[in-house]
Ligand binder design. Structure first.
Ligand SMILES: CC(=O)SCCNC(=O)CCNC(=O)[C@H](O)C(C)(C)COP(=O)(O)OP(=O)(O)OC[C@H]1O[C@@H](n2cnc3c(N)ncnc32)[C@H](O)[C@@H]1OP(=O)(O)O
Length: 403
């Protein structure tokens, strides 16, 4: 457990492991306030902190809409003087034992490097889209009702509660979203000069209908002038809307800001609706990246916590060398209403490691594609298709931010 009096040394180790550039005092204070001391680990060599790790107490939406307790692994660092001696491995051991004892069925994280966490049983469960849209060439066709949405500029901090209420309404509808506890919304409007790279302070436009906020976009504008005139960029920070018209009105606004020719978006869902509104998707320069890494800490409880797109009755043979309490055969029976997942002595239908189960858990990575890569073995004909369809999610899992 981390002591409050040790937090500065602890956090300094983390900052140094990420290059040593200090954060703004506002950001540092916010992370201090968000640190859960009784869920944080530190390693000291003498009086020097040499390693850190935390586990936020999140709730994450899973397919079916339940908001499941999840440990949000964060602030992981090992001092460069102490790297590659097994310190991270020791912290992961302690952390997964703790999370198991706390009864939280899953752990999630966003990784600084995707190669780190697979060995500890984390699978890549959500992907995100980044785009660089040429708004001089790409046109938008918007759905009916878009013109009825009223847009207005607002000071980001002044409309934070209204924006957060929009986000909160979206949480049950998309696997991967976090039910943000009070305080977390402030992360979205931190606006340190160091992160602007020559762009404006954070700007915010809210979408309203009948006086009610139904969406918002937060963004920066980076002006640029060349010999042929303006070449500015709009850099989207986040955008949410309660319905297609609200979202389309915000996208149209971002496309049309004068003196800009590019819209850069990052960390958007892979099924982003704007892909279906653009005239030329090629000029959107889409790129995919890993986002949320998911670890089933308790296979039975995790698989019971979500629902399934189609009826399923399969026996998994699970391999989990790092958390052996998960190893062995589990029978999953379920449908769109609920599920049961219990130990069984029956023969297995599908064999896979806990990492693949984590990847497939939120419904964004198909078991069939993992099988095609040789990561899942089908032992009963038909079981793969059955489980693959059942695990899928109609809405792509997504998390709009790191932590
Ligand atoms: C959720 C988050 O907070 S993500 C943030 C992670 N932190 C960072 O990226 C900050 C900079 N890096 C660091 O602090 C450290 O290098 C860490 C935390 C990534 C690794 O810590 P270490 O104590 O060196 O790891 P440890 O010695 O336990 O390594 C365990 C295994 O993982 C491997 N490994 C560790 N880091 C990496 C990496 N970045 N890429 C690939 N493999 C890695 C090691 O080679 C080792 O493999 P082996 O068991 O086959 O020998």
């Amino acid at each position: 457990m981390l002591q409050r009096s040790d937090w500065d040394d602890w956090y300094d180790n983390l900052i140094r492991a990420f290059g040593g550039v200090p954060e703004s005092s506002e950001e540092r204070e916010l992370y201090n306030a968000l640190t859960e001391y009784d869920r944080s680990l530190g390693v000291w060599d003498g009086d020097q902190c040499v390693a850190t790790a935390g586990a936020f107490s999140f709730r994450v939406t899973v397919p079916g809409g339940a908001c499941v307790p999840a440990a949000g692994i964060t602030m992981v660092s090992v001092a460069a003087t102490h790297r590659r001696r097994g310190v991270l491995t020791a912290m992961m051991r302690r952390q997964l034992d703790d999370i198991h004892a706390w009864g939280e069925p899953i752990a999630v994280l966003t990784a600084s490097e995707p190669a780190i966490y697979g060995r500890f049983g984390y699978g890549i469960g959500t992907l995100q889209l980044n785009a660089e849209i040429d708004t001089t060439r790409v046109r938008l066709s918007v759905p009916p009702g878009t013109d009825d949405v009223h847009l207005r500029y607002a000071v980001p901090a002044e409309v934070l509660d209204a924006c957060e209420a929009v986000y909160a309404r979206l949480v049950p509808g998309r696997p991967g979203l976090l039910a943000r506890q009070p305080g977390w919304e402030r992360l979205q409007v931190l606006d340190p000069e160091s992160e602007r790279s020559g762009a404006s302070p954070l700007q915010c436009v809210v979408a309203e209908r009948d006086g009610e906020v139904i969406g918002y976009a937060r963004f920066r504008v980076k002006p640029e002038w060349g010999p042929a005139g303006h070449n500015g960029a709009v850099i989207l920070s986040d955008l949410e809307g309660l319905d297609p018209a609200a979202r389309a009105a915000l996208w149209r606004f971002l496309f049309d800001i004068d003196l800009t020719s590019t819209l850069r978006t990052r960390a958007r869902p892979v099924d982003e609706d704007v892909q279906h509104l653009v005239s030329d998707i090629r000029r959107c320069n889409l790129r995919m990246k890993d986002s949320l890494h998911v670890r089933l800490v308790d296979v039975g409880a995790a698989l019971e916590a979500r629902t399934y797109q189609a009826p399923v009755d399969v026996v998994f043979e699970v391999e989990d060398a790092f958390c052996p309490w998960n190893e062995g055969r589990w029978r999953l029976t379920g449908d769109a209403k609920g599920a049961s997942c219990v130990r069984t002595g029956d023969s297995a239908d599908l064999a896979l490691s806990v990492r693949e189960l984590g990847a497939a858990y939120l419904g964004g990575v198909s078991l069939a594609s993992l099988a095609a890569a040789g990561r899942v073995r089908e032992l009963r004909k038909g079981a793969l298709a059955e489980a693959s369809v059942a695990f899928s999610s109609a809405v792509a899992p997504w998390l709009p931010h790191g932590f």
